[in-house]
Structure formats: structure tokens, C-alpha cells
Design a protein around this ligand. Sequence first.
Ligand SMILES: C[C@@]1(C(=O)O)OC[C@H]2O[C@@H](O)[C@H](O)[C@@H](O)[C@H]2O1
Length: 468
Amino acid sequence: MKMPKDFLFGAASASYQVEGAWNVDGKGVSNWDVFSKIPGKTFEATNGDVAIDHYHRYKEDIGLMAEMGLESYRFSISWPRIFPNGTGEVNEKGLAFYNNVIDECLKHGIVPFVTLYHWDLPQVLEEQGGWRSPETADAFVRFAKTCFEAFGDRVRNWITFNETVIFCSLGYLTGAHPPGITGDAKAYFQTTHNVFVAHARAVEAFKEAGYEGEIGITHVFNPAFSIDEAPENKQAEVHANEYATHWFYDPILKGEYPAYVVKDLEKQGLLPEWTEEELDLLKRTAPLNDFIGLNYYCPQRVMKNDSALVMAGGRENSTGRPGNPSFDGVYKTVLMDDKVYTKWGWEIAPDAFLEGMRMLQARYGDIKIYITENGLGDEDPIVGEEIMDTPRIEYIESHLRAVKRAVEEGINVSGYYAWSVIDLLSWLNGYKKQYGFIYVDHANGLARKKKQSFHWYQEIIATRAAEL
Ligand SMILES: C[C@@]1(C(=O)O)OC[C@H]2O[C@@H](O)[C@H](O)[C@@H](O)[C@H]2O1
């Protein structure tokens, strides 16, 4: 069976990870421009000052995407490139850059799929409290409306936020992302709520303005499974899914927070400060979401955390390798002998991906799903002059097969975006952990080179995965 004709085969990137040009053409300073230069924060002191210079090479890159036959390119907009100070005056050269990227995509028949926030917050707003401050939500809505106005005549697919759980947990629990705060659970839950309010306001504004197209949010999808049938570990699975999935998906798709977590947080004095008006907003806007974006890489295998082990902070403990307990110490993730893992300890489990999509359909019904990220982070084998990334081909093939099974079962998956279209800067792993179909040679003027997987994905798209 071929994938449906309107199913989008895509690939993704993010502004800070590809653009570079961090202080060019009027762009303002982002929190990552500052944070990445604090000694010890990033891997090998890497930062996005240049990244892979997509800002100057986007035509070449989009030309390669067109050669691959890519149907859609998911990219993010650097907020400080549009509003150097977070709000106030618009930087026309910033608008011009994204107009050029969008027009280049459309010239090649590639659907632009735009993420508004992929972690690069204007530093001015970070200094005013970042996502702890309601002013940041106000500024985000203004940023979103400006982008809708500037690009909404050609962009029909909008994601408000990428992976709220990551920038809030690493920002306020492990300190591996700006503002680098550790152990502040109250701030963690408050910032997630403030982001959901900002999302809901942007969705309502998009719909009220009558723009064509669709809008949603992208969340991490990291389904939890108990290591065995022991009751205490099955309870750990329940707890993990409530906190890692329901806390994020329920307010968006159901318009209310999961009672299990609300009750638990109330007991600990960690419930966010929220108003009836905000809760009404979430309730009112939930049905307006056109889709949910899933970033799936791996499941989490969990068990009761029976030791005094507490969540550790810092970059090394934030790269997703199992072993870190939950913020409240209730459960921990574990490596299992009978599972297969990447070099960064992420389990390769397409079966869990399919099982997880079934879980989502059971809880949220027929909401449209885009797989907005999926891919293999690896140190690619180079054989002679060729990048023979066979492990990535095998990973994506097995996960695309799971997507195909889901579609055949009637789960409403409408697109698949590989992370990442091109090798780029990893926030915590520098240029060591790569995901792209296109290699970037940092020893040779950032020259681009097609990997083995480039040609493989080209064939998958051309045949609409008929053979999977
Ligand atoms: C932590 C990590 C990684 O480096 O493996 O997860 C996968 C992927 O998720 C994306 O949303 C991030 O923008 C990108 O940089 C990657 O980040």
C-alpha cells in the first residue's frame, strides 16, 4: 500500500541550530546566544554563531531538499530576528529572510511548515523572567500575530511551540537550557502552564483572523512502559505517563489538566498559579487545535525509584540517557538488557511507537497527528568519501513502517518529518550527534554532501513508501 496522496513526507530543522548569522541584519540577541557562551554549558563549547550558515545558504539547502523530492520542510522562525528586543519594533530584514525561505520552498513545490518557537527566546525577555513572566506570553502572541500577518498568505501549517517539556524542564529542573535554573519544580509547572496559555491565545487569534490553514503544537512523545508486571512498577508507568504525556497533551486537546497530576501537585504545593479565565481559555480553544505534532524518538522503560536517587542536573544528565529519576523521585528510567539502544542510550523501539500512537488515539480520539520529528542521532560511518549511514536508514524505515501500520489501522497520521533534513548543531551534543540526510563538512567550509540516506529517502518519497 502506498501512503495516502495527501500524506506529507518531510524533514525538519530549527533556527538556532542551522541559521548562524547570530548578529547579522538587525537580529537581536537570543537567550541561546548568551547561554551557549557560558563556559561548560554546551558540548565542546559549541554555539550557533555560525551553525551551518543556513542564513546565507538556504537556497542551496532548499535546492537539495527539492532534489530529494521532499514534500514539506519544517523550520522555525527566530523570534529575535523579527523582534530584536522581543517586542516593539519589527526588524524588516528578519521578515525578508523568512519571506525568501518560504518563497524558495514554494518555488520548488515544497510545503513550508513553520514552528514559531523552537527555544530561541529574545534575551531581553529572558532577563525579564522568561516563561515565568506573563509578559512573555503577551509578547509571544504579538510575535505570532506578526508572523501570521507577514507569512499567512503562503504558510498554511503552523506549530506554536516545540517540545514545551524540554525547554521548561531543562530550563528550570536540570539547568541544561536557559535560564539554567536547577530544582525549581514550582517554576517548571508554572512555565508549562504559561506556555499553554500563550499557545491557546495564539490559536484563538489565528482562528479569529480567519487565516487559511491549520495550527497546532508539537510535543515530545515519550510513552512510558513498566519494566515488568510488578504492581509498583506498573504504578510507575501510570505516574510517568500522567506527568510526561497527559500533563502536556490534555490541556491542549481536552482543554483541562489531568486530575491525577493536579491532585498530586496540590499536595506538594506545586500547582501553577492560574486564573479561571485562563482555564476557560484552555477549555474554549482545545477544539480549535487542528493537529498535534509528535516528536517521537524512543519510549521510556520505568520502575519504582526505590532508592534515595534524586534527579541530577547539568548537561550530561539531560541528554536523555536512562538512569535519571523523575523530578519527584517517584520513578526512574532504566536501560534493559533485551533492548537495542543508540549511542546516546535512546531505545530503538518502533513497536513502542505504534503502541504509543494507539494509546493517544484511545485518549484523544481522531485528532490529526503529524510526526513532526523522528530520526537517528548518530556518529555516521564515513567509508572513503561516502557517509554510509545505514543505521539511520534502518531506524527510519522501521519507524515509517510503524506509521504506515498506524495509518492502516485508521489512526489519523497526516505527515512524517524526519529530524533532521541536514546535519546541524545539537543543543547539548554539539556537532557530534548528527541526524541529517545531508552531511555538513565543518573541516571544509561547511560543504554539503548527500549521505546514503539522502538517496534512500528520495526513493521512499518517490514510491510513497509502497514497499514498507
Ligand atoms: C535532544 C535532541 C538531540 O540532540 O538528540 O533530541 C532530538 C532533537 O529534538 C529537537 O526538538 C531538537 O531541536 C534537536 O536539537 C534534537 O535535540
